[in-house]
Ligand binder design. Structure first.
Ligand SMILES: Nc1nc2c(ncn2[C@@H]2O[C@H](COP(=O)(O)OP(=O)(O)OP(=O)(O)O)[C@@H](O)[C@H]2O)c(=O)[nH]1
Length: 515
């Protein structure tokens, strides 16, 4: 579809929506936005708050691996949401590069589940226009197009053509990650987005927490439901991924890892609808540079000590790494599955999840603009998974560092009593404040993001019900004091930011909390 036709289609769509036309077809909210802006976070939020709505979810991924499915842990998520797992990925014909999307949508439309609305997340490098055309063809009304934008990193990506295309026909922009951006960054971003979108509604969000009816056309759904037979199956979480193009360089020959990669340059075959215009992807990038994606899969545990000292260091030193995500199996905490996320301005999150249900493994995808940089990260990963590599955290000395660190934590009343039951890991965390409505998860989540953002220490989070702890591994004596100093400073900053909206009376927070 050309630009003009696109605009006409968009106008028709808006007109149909406003006038209640659309012939009783299933509606759709299309979620677009650059890599790591928060699209999946929005979907999770909508699924959690969907009430009686029957939502079908389809995720389209840039990378060559089913990482989102692993990360979302979709089978478990479906059962947590009490959803039936309809495996839309099965039989989607991944060998047929253009088929999966259309086929998945057809299966949703034809499904007996009578879905109210399809939530379609396009990949972070996709031009949403192509999906609009596809949806029309399969008989789905596009109700709303929502763009999610990272408020903290918008100025770094706004000149990429693909980002401008993503913003062209949107109805609503969620200016997300406002917790990480300054007020001036937020208001500059609002002005910019209003200009670029031709007046779309811009809404500030944190973790995409928005009322459902802002991004789902519930009025139409209510009307449709009068005539719809009510079904007990409310939603499907699905995932569409792309075929692998494997490459195995000699440098990985001795490792147990599988590495596969895709590049988006003109000499590459086009793989799926959203990637057919490599021009969109290239524009705004220096000449000769293209987006690449590399996936690392490994069935040996990674050394956490090496991951933090080598892999993360290598990631931080890259200039072109845009996104990484996946699941990690650490040797120091074998029973847990960690969800790893790198997005925006080198923001790192690593959350301990449920125990493994299937064979443990690491599966990480890296997307960036310099393939050689991605490969050097992979090399570090391969080394940290090599059972021959001596892992320093196994030596008794790390246990001593852990005890010294735990003693320091125990002297600060803002923190809970630290635990050493997983030595050499130290489990610790800030106390929440129920009276002020400040949850441990907010405090410790923010603390993890601030500390990991500085880059010298790596914290992983271990949420468990109301409790939310952090984990640290210390492998060098010199790091113990520095780490504690940095964590204390970060804790003060986090507490004062989260507490500033509350009256500073002495409640359940100790005096330490309002330093
Ligand atoms: N601090 C902060 N982090 C956020 C917010 N929203 C999302 N994140 C984090 O940003 C990272 C990326 O979020 P996703 O929802 O996976 O982003 P995405 O757009 O789906 O990413 P891709 O599909 O890979 O392009 C995750 O670590 C999220 O937890 C927010 O408002 N504030």
């Amino acid at each position: 579809m050309q630009g003009n036709e696109m605009s006409v289609a968009f106008e028709n769509r808006v007109f149909n929506r406003r006038s209640g036309l659309g012939g009783g077809r299933m509606g759709c909210t299309l979620v677009t936005g650059f890599l790591g802006s928060g699209k999946t976070t929005l979907l999770r939020h909508l699924l959690h708050h969907r009430g009686d709505l029957r939502l079908a979810v389809l995720v389209n991924e840039f990378a060559d691996s089913d990482v989102d499915s692993l990360l979302l842990d979709s089978a478990r998520l479906n059962s947590a949401f009490n959803l039936s797992t309809v495996a839309l990925t099965q039989g989607c014909g991944f060998g047929d590069v253009n088929g999966p999307f259309r086929e998945s949508v057809h299966r949703i439309v034809d499904s007996k589940h009578n879905f109210d609305c399809l939530l379609l997340e396009t990949s972070g490098l996709a031009n949403p226009d192509k999906f609009v055309a596809e949806l029309e063809e399969v008989g789905i009304n596009l109700d709303l197009t929502v763009a999610v934008v990272d408020a903290e990193s918008i100025d770094k990506i706004i000149n990429l053509d693909i980002v401008r295309k993503q913003l062209q026909h949107v109805d609503i922009v969620l200016l997300n990650k406002c917790d990480l951006a300054s007020l001036s960054q937020i208001s500059d971003a609002e002005d910019l987005l209003e200009g670029l979108t031709g007046g779309a509604k811009v809404v500030r969000t944190q973790f995409c927490r928005v009322p459902l009816d802002l991004v789902i056309d519930c009025t139409k759904i209510e009307a449709l439901n009068v005539v719809k037979e009510v079904s007990s199956v409310p939603a499907v979480l699905s995932h569409e991924s792309l075929p692998k193009m494997a490459f195995r360089g000699d440098m990985y020959a001795n490792t147990s890892a599988t590495i596969s990669s895709i590049s988006h340059s003109d000499d590459q075959p086009e793989a799926v609808g959203d990637r057919s215009k490599s021009d969109d992807l290239q524009a705004g990038l220096p000449q000769g540079v293209s987006f690449s994606s590399v996936t690392f899969e490994c069935e040996f545990p990674l050394s956490l000590a090496l991951f933090q000292s080598k892999v993360l260091r290598s990631m931080r030193s890259t200039t072109g790494l845009l996104r990484s995500k996946g699941i990690v199996w650490f040797a120091e905490d074998r029973e847990s599955r960690f969800a790893f996320q790198w997005s925006g301005v080198k923001r790192v999150e690593c959350m301990r999840g449920q125990p493994w249900e299937s064979a443990p493994k690491t599966c990480l995808v890296f997307i960036g603009i310099h393939k050689f940089e991605l490969e050097s990260i992979i090399l570090q990963l391969s080394e940290s998974a090599d059972p021959q590599t001596k892992v320093s955290s196994e030596s008794g000395i790390c246990k001593e560092f852990a005890r010294t660190f735990a003693q320091k934590v125990a002297t600060d009343g803002r923190f809970k009593e630290p635990s050493l039951h997983k030595e050499p890991l130290v489990i610790f965390g800030l106390k929440g404040s129920p009276l002020r409505g400040i949850k441990e998860s907010h405090l410790n989540g923010a603390l993890m993001r601030v500390v990991n953002g500085k880059g010298s220490i790596f914290l992983t989070a271990t949420p468990s019900g109301e409790e939310h702890n952090l984990q640290i591994l210390l492998c060098e004596e010199s790091v113990v004091d520095d780490a504690w100093h940095e964590i204390r400073l970060a804790a003060s900053a986090v507490i004062s930011k989260l507490c500033k909206n509350f009256c500073p009376c002495r409640s359940d927070l100790t005096a330490h909390h309002v330093h």
